[in-house]
Design a binder for this molecule. Structure first.
Ligand SMILES: [Zn+2]
Length: 130
């Protein structure tokens, strides 16, 4: 799954499954049913749970997704560290002189879901809360 970089124009890979599980939610994957081409099998490939057909995995392309990640980081006591880490990223990759206002505007965008992905991978604790 490709996602546009938070700054610059390089394409950034990020992991929707990792982010979903960080939120304590299930990321389900389906197989096409052998019997009915256009229907999803109701068994999840990864966890073997029976999945409601209306289930949709999070896309992490909305500000709500980023907000939910923020709430989870606050809950886990990781928000402040992430916030400082993000500011360094902002300064290094995006702009030389930073302001709190500029950083806040930059941070609170759907694209920052990818930043959370980066942060979790860098910390290496991405599966700690699953
Ligand atoms: Zn599943």
């Amino acid at each position: 799954m490709a996602f546009e970089a938070v700054c610059g124009d390089k394409i950034k890979e990020y992991d929707r499954k990792l982010l979903t599980e960080y939120l304590g939610e299930k990321y389900h994957e389906w197989e096409r049913s052998y019997y009915a081409k256009d229907e999803f099998d109701t068994l999840c490939i990864t966890c073997r749970a029976t999945v409601d057909k209306s289930h949709e995995n999070r896309t992490f392309t909305t500000i709500q997704d980023f907000y939910d990640l923020k709430v989870k980081m606050v809950e886990l006591g990781e928000w402040e560290e992430f916030y400082r880490w993000g500011m360094k990223k902002y300064a290094e990759e995006c702009i030389r002189s930073i302001t709190q206002q500029g950083y806040a505007n930059w941070l609170f965008r759907p694209e920052s879901c990818a930043l959370v992905d980066d942060y979790l991978k860098q910390k290496g604790t991405s599966n700690a809360h699953v």
